[in-house]
Design a protein around this ligand. Structure first.
Ligand SMILES: NC(=O)c1ccc[n+]([C@@H]2O[C@H](COP(=O)([O-])OP(=O)(O)OC[C@H]3O[C@@H](n4cnc5c(N)ncnc54)[C@H](OP(=O)(O)O)[C@@H]3O)[C@@H](O)[C@H]2O)c1
Length: 252
């Protein structure tokens, strides 16, 4: 099977690090022109764009900021004139105990909801009319196993935001299929990135690996090929679906 994305421009949010970085590189390896979104990691995003070939460019937007988020798709369209696939990958997961200060608790829920759910919703709002005008497009959302089984009490905002992202993605698949638009969700379990490291530092490595069928932790490169496959059009009849990528934790 050959995955050829050479006719595609793809925006990957949160492509400066972790799963997004691996995804950007896999898409570029398959021939895509990649718009490398980042929030704060400017140098890292520059390096990812350099590794993704001459057409790749970094695009900055703080996804907690409404105006920044609102212009991101337009910035990409200004640069390339087209967008074929939107990968909603950027995310945050912050530990917030029940007895935290109310202001801190509210800030955590606001920021988490903004980056993980509101930003995807706003980006879809801009990408969908473009896809409609072009006769189609694809969205790949990176949700989480936490959307389905919940998370530890101090990561409730994270689980809730990811459940919202699943519902948003399914709604796109359901509501825009007639326009040729497909939408898929990937739901990773623990994956070796900065985000997982924060959790490991809090709970220990054993907590992360003890419920896996496989003995090794999922790597970003285990996730990235699925995004390339879904973007390729060869899985279009799986629109609306969620693919679990969690090292067998549901069967352990
Ligand atoms: N790692 C896991 O175990 C795991 C498991 C399930 C699901 N996921 C999901 O996979 C996705 C990628 O996670 P990861 O593990 O690769 O995380 P990561 O290594 O922490 O990277 C997060 C990415 O999101 C971007 N980002 C965060 N806050 C942002 C903001 N306010 N504005 C703009 N960009 C922002 C970061 O960009 P900057 O650094 O440039 O700000 C970075 O590129 C997330 O949606 C996460 O929820 C991860």
């Amino acid at each position: 099977m050959n995955i050829d994305l050479s006719n595609q421009t793809i925006l990957v949010t949160g492509a400066s690090r972790g799963i997004g970085r691996a995804t950007a590189r896999a898409l570029a390896d398959a021939g895509a022109t990649v718009a490398v979104h980042y929030g704060h990691s400017k140098q890292a995003a520059r390096e990812v764009a350099d590794a993704c070939g001459p057409d790749a460019r970094p695009f900055q937007a703080d996804l907690t900021d409404l105006a920044d988020t609102d212009r991101l798709v337009e910035d990409v369209l200004d640069a390339y004139g087209q967008l074929h696939t939107l990968v909603l990958n950027a995310g945050v997961a912050r530990s917030m105990p029940l007895d935290a200060d109310t202001a801190d608790w509210a800030d955590d829920w606001n920021d988490t909801m903004h980056v993980n759910l509101r930003a995807p919703e706003l980006l879809c709002r801009h990408a969908l009319p473009h896809f409609q005008s072009k006769g189609g497009g694809r969205i790949v959302s990176i949700a989480s196993r936490a959307a389905f089984r919940g998370d530890t009490p101090d990561y409730m905002s994270y689980a809730a935001s990811k459940a919202g992202l699943v519902a948003l993605t399914r709604s796109v698949a359901r509501g825009f299929g007639d326009d040729g638009i497909k939408a898929f969700t990937l739901a990773p379990g623990f994956t070796r990135t900065d985000m997982a490291q924060d959790f490991i530092d809090t709970y220990g490595a054993h907590h992360v690996t003890s419920d896996l069928a496989l003995s090794d932790l999922t790597e970003p490169d285990d996730i990235a090929p699925f995004v390339a496959f879904l973007a390729s059009g060869q899985a279009d009849h799986a629109t609306g679906t969620t693919i679990d990528l969690n090292a067998g934790s549901y069967v352990h």
